[in-house]
Design a protein around this ligand. Structure first.
Ligand code: ATP
Ligand code: MG
Length: 266
């Protein structure tokens, strides 16, 4: 039987965020979820908070129609009839393009910033981990994600120009800690899609810059560029289903282990 490393901890909610687009947030979310469930036997709920619905496509393919999405769940504060059980074993609160209109609809609700947290609280005994895939903005969904989360993880590219916008995310998170969710902590930063063979790689420069900005302890294992990622996504599989020996699978396994350690150390 698989061992659940989360043991007796209450459900832990992790948000994967970055206001910059295309930096590997969704890939990181689905791969962490895959490792938590497929390697560690945890019960994992994935939540797609992006109207682009990439996480949903990564888990159920492109052709499946989604009728009830996370926007409906947040408005009703209920996940009844919304959670999909995917082939990976991961449970999913899906997104769909229709979620875009909820970006402005949800802030018209009372206490809207707490609504995702309240919605997730209804399934707190059913899951060990919830992984929130944020859109590349700092608007409605990212705000609700930070208010609902125990920890947030930044995924970024190995490019210096990609680091300049990170301070706005950190400022938002600091504001959330002060006013809305004092339990939120920074889980750290992972650099994705780096090429270890590239000469004069910017990876080490980026790592130094991140260490200056966040401290050494915030540097989590990096993820190598790996075509197996793109192929696995084309087949709606996690990297651990598609190729558990691949570089990306090994890197995501290491990242997951360090995150589990930081959750259980608390
Ligand atoms: N380690 C990797 N190796 C190769 N390709 C990768 C890797 N990680 C991510 N990719 C590819 O990079 C692209 C962007 O990744 P992803 O969708 O995870 O980023 P994102 O930050 O979620 O984007 P968005 O801001 O649009 O939501 C995708 O096509 C994905 O397949
Ligand atoms: Mg994404």
């Amino acid at each position: 039987m698989k061992h659940n490393l989360n043991g007796q901890l209450p459900m832990q909610v992790l948000a994967v965020a970055n206001n910059k687009g295309g930096v590997g947030k969704t890939t990181t979310a689905v791969s962490l979820g895959g490792a938590l469930h497929q390697l560690h036997g945890a019960r994992v709920l994935m939540v797609d908070l992006d109207p682009q619905a990439n996480l949903t496509q990564n888990l159920i393919g492109r052709s499946t129609e989604v009728e009830q999405h996370v926007g409906h769940a947040i408005i009703d504060k209920s996940l009844d009839g919304i959670i999909l059980e995917t082939e990976s074993g991961l449970h999913l609160v899906p997104s769909a393009i229709g979620l875009a209109q909820y970006e402005s609809l949800i802030p018209q609700q009372k206490m809207w910033r707490y609504r995702l947290a309240q919605t997730l609280a209804t399934v707190a005994s059913d899951y060990d981990y919830v992984v929130l895939d944020c859109p590349p903005t700092l608007q409605t969904f990212t705000v609700m994600a930070l208010v609902a989360a125990d920890a947030y993880l930044i995924a970024t590219e190995p490019e210096l120009f990609a680091l300049s916008g990170l301070s706005t995310l950190t400022e938002l998170a600091d504001g959330v800690v002060e006013g809305l969710n004092s339990k939120l902590r920074f889980a750290g930063v992972t650099v994705t899609r780096y090429n270890p063979k590239q000469k004069n790689s910017t990876h080490s420069i980026v790592m130094q810059a991140l260490a200056m900005q966040y401290g050494e302890e915030a540097l989590l294992p990096s993820i190598r560029r790996d075509s197996a990622i793109v192929k696995s996504q084309g087949q709606a599989q996690t990297i651990f289903q598609y190729d558990p020996q691949s570089n990306a699978a090994q890197d995501y396994a290491a990242l997951t282990t360090s995150l589990i350690t930081s959750f259980t150390a608390r």
